[in-house]
Design a protein around this ligand. Structure first.
Ligand SMILES: [Zn+2]
Length: 228
């Protein structure tokens, strides 16, 4: 499923999401990126622009394979394009977003080298696609590179290696996150941002974010019984 938007609406929607991301501090300093797919056309914000001032005419149109169909005059295609493509190719994503959220960056610093970010027993996990409160949900964390497009192979490997995750965190950098359509990708980004903020605050408070639970023994069973 993808957004059911006309090309003009898709361009507007990207501008709206860029303004929102900028207000949240996820796309300041020209960072971050937004793309969405309508059928076989991928709409994408350009590189190196003030995201809060983006106009519909600034948006690129690409085909399903990532080839430019319609360029934006005077603008450059974002270096995120091949990274977005990994989620379009392997997950049939309807929208892929790139956030430079500081909370995601800080959470990535807490995760040991070679390990994923593990989340458990946080209510907001239920906002993530297919994830429950008692799950230990793993989100891949890959190391950063000097140039954004050099992340391509690492992002692709992580997308394939963690089929239950709908995001890839890039250490000291931010995250790529996707969903069925732009609304779904946006809410996934919001949930993950909240969860990363929780991990950062738990770490600061000396709480182990994987063994954080002080519920009474058997609380899982009670919860399962209630759910049944
Ligand atoms: Zn970036």
């Amino acid at each position: 499923m993808t957004d059911l938007l006309t090309p003009a609406e898709a361009r507007e929607r990207i501008c709206e999401l860029c303004r929102l991301f900028w207000q949240l501090g996820w796309a300041s300093g020209t960072g971050g990126g937004i793309s969405l797919r309508v059928g076989d056309t991928i709409f994408m914000a350009p590189s190196g622009v003030e995201k809060e001032r983006l106009q519909p005419s600034d948006i690129f149109e690409l085909d399903r394979r990532g080839r430019i169909k319609k360029a934006a005059p005077g603008k450059r295609l974002t270096a995120c394009a091949p990274l977005f493509q990994a989620a379009y190719d392997h997950r049939d994503a309807g929208a892929v977003l790139h956030s430079h959220s500081l909370d995601v960056v800080l959470a990535s610093m807490i995760v040991p080298a070679g390990e994923p970010l593990r989340l458990t027993r946080l209510e907001m996990m239920k906002g993530l696609e297919g994830v429950g409160y008692f799950d230990v949900h793993e989100i891949p964390v890959i190391d950063n590179t000097a140039l954004e497009h050099e992340l391509k192979d690492r992002v692709e490997r992580a997308v394939l290696e963690f089929p239950r995750a709908n995001a890839v965190i890039v250490r000291n950098h931010g995250m790529y996150v996707w969903g069925r359509d732009s609304a779904h990708a946006k809410t996934q980004a919001e949930c993950l941002d909240y969860l990363c903020r929780a991990v950062v605050r738990m770490h600061a408070a000396g709480i182990d974010h994987v063994k954080n639970d002080r519920s009474e023994p058997g609380a899982d069973a009670t919860d399962a019984a209630c759910a049944a």
